[in-house]
Ligand binder design. Structure first.
Ligand code: FUB
Length: 306
């Protein structure tokens, strides 16, 4: 009985840091993953930017064994891994994926290109997988004005999809090798966006996850950004607008990720949580996420800061 009470208390408590910054160092754009060797959280590094713009050139990695405490693994990768990138190219919201014994890292580089790097371990060392951008605004059709914020979903049938984009959401199939495009870049269509709120349209941070056969497309509505979502029976869409996941925070951006871990669903996002924080000095936090009986996502309401 004592053991049961303890297990229940631990389950209800969730991560020790719910709603709190996962690190005392500024970071943003969470890309959390459950890999065989533990939990990995790839991020944009806000502590090494100028403080007046998102101009860091390196990405940060955090690891955890218990989903409660996150160890700072340092600047594990920079834009310099891509020989074609300008040395001052902005290192923005990345994502990662595992397939066939390899770890793939997808990253917006400089706002007009997406690179892909590969490694044998989730913490690297990573190397440029193809020696050229995976997506390049100057080379490829239909990238939109700003091909940023890539996120990858590998579906149950093995087909991988990458969503990306700013102001215009895009989706493209990836090849089995995970480092090539396997079709045209298509517009990702979201229907039924509320017409009474001109701010509620796609801004950035596209993210697809799948639950019980339904595809959920979540995104930030802009600057500032509410995190909202839409659903579809097909990964390629069209997606129908469903509602709000996380309301505006007191900063100009937001960027979410939704994963299963420790037997439940979690929302990762960023917020203004540390002293000296702000638009360019953000902090990643985690909250439990719940679904209603109809598959609707319940709005997450982090406790207000005291
Ligand atoms: O961190 C730079 C940019 O801000 C990201 O790419 C966007 O998602 C927004 O969070």
């Amino acid at each position: 009985m004592k053991l049961l009470t303890f297990a229940l208390a631990a389950f209800l408590a969730g991560p020790a840091l719910a709603g709190e910054p996962i690190s005392p160092r500024f970071n943003a754009d969470p890309s959390p993953h459950v890999f065989r060797s533990g939990y990995y959280l790839y991020a944009t590094d806000d502590a090494s930017n100028s403080g007046t713009y998102w101009d860091s050139t390196t990405w940060r990695l955090y690891t955890s064994k218990d989903f409660k405490t996150w160890k700072d693994g340092g600047a594990f990768l920079g834009v310099s891994v891509f020989s074609w990138a300008r040395p001052d190219a902005k290192a923005w919201a990345p994502d990662a994926a595992y397939r066939n014994g390899k770890y793939y890292f997808y990253a917006p580089v400089g706002g007009d290109k997406i690179g892909v790097a590969v490694a044998d371990r989730p913490e690297g060392p990573f190397k440029d997988a193809i020696g050229a951008p995976l997506v390049d605004k100057a080379r490829d059709a239909n990238t939109g004005a700003e091909p940023i914020d890539p996120q990858v979903l590998i579906d149950d049938d093995g087909q991988a999809y990458m969503v990306f984009g700013c102001r215009e959401p895009k989706i493209v199939k990836l090849g089995k090798d995970m480092v090539s495009l396997a079709g045209p870049i298509e517009d990702l269509v979201v229907t039924g966006l509320p017409s009474d709120d001109p701010k509620k349209k796609f801004g950035e941070a596209p993210f697809i996850h799948k639950r019980q056969g339904l595809y959920y497309f979540s995104f930030s509505t802009g600057w500032p950004g509410q995190i909202v979502y839409a659903t579809s029976k097909s990964p390629m869409g069209p997606y129908a607008y469903r509602g709000v996941i996380l309301d505006y925070r007191t900063i100009s951006t937001n960027h979410q990720a939704i994963i299963e871990a420790e037997g439940r669903t979690w929302l990762f996002y960023h917020d203004n949580l540390l002293p000296g924080g702000g638009d360019h000095r953000r902090s990643i936090a985690i909250e439990p996420l719940r679904y209603g009986a109809d598959g609707a996502i319940e709005e997450v309401r982090p406790k207000p800061k005291p």
